[in-house]
Design a protein around this ligand. Sequence first.
Ligand SMILES: [Zn+2]
Length: 171
Amino acid sequence: MCPEKRRVIVWPDPILEQSAKPVDHGERALVASTLAELHSWMISTGSSALAANQLGIPLRIIALRCPQAGTGNPPKFIDLINPEITKKSGQDRTEETCLSLPGAQLGITRFERIQVTALTSTFDQMTFVASGRFARAIQHSVDHLDGIMMIDRCSRLLAKTVLRNIHMFTD
Ligand SMILES: [Zn+2]
């Protein structure tokens, strides 16, 4: 079954500034169809993480590529429903990109290590610890669910410069 064709929502669409709604228990069909769309977009764009509201679906669902995925194998996904970051420690600054801000590459400070609580796609509760790039991808995606873009996490001056450059290329 081919999922309904959507597009990746690009800044400054107001959808990206709104908080996504928690998924209710029992909305399994909706979760399954949303995850199918997220996975399909991640495969076609090579993205390592995607939040449902980046496809215009205002639900607290994110999909990430499994950090242990080997090359040449089909990508494995970790799906998080209603994710919450329950502990955080350390700091790390690395450049990030975002499908919703094409062309932008920004140095963003994030927590190095986080504990995450979420539901799986079958509504089982899970808690795990993530670090490094994987922790960064989760924080970036949970920010999307809260209506926060990576330009909100850097200095106003840097954000302005980056956004001016994006407009130069897209206008
Ligand atoms: Zn993003």
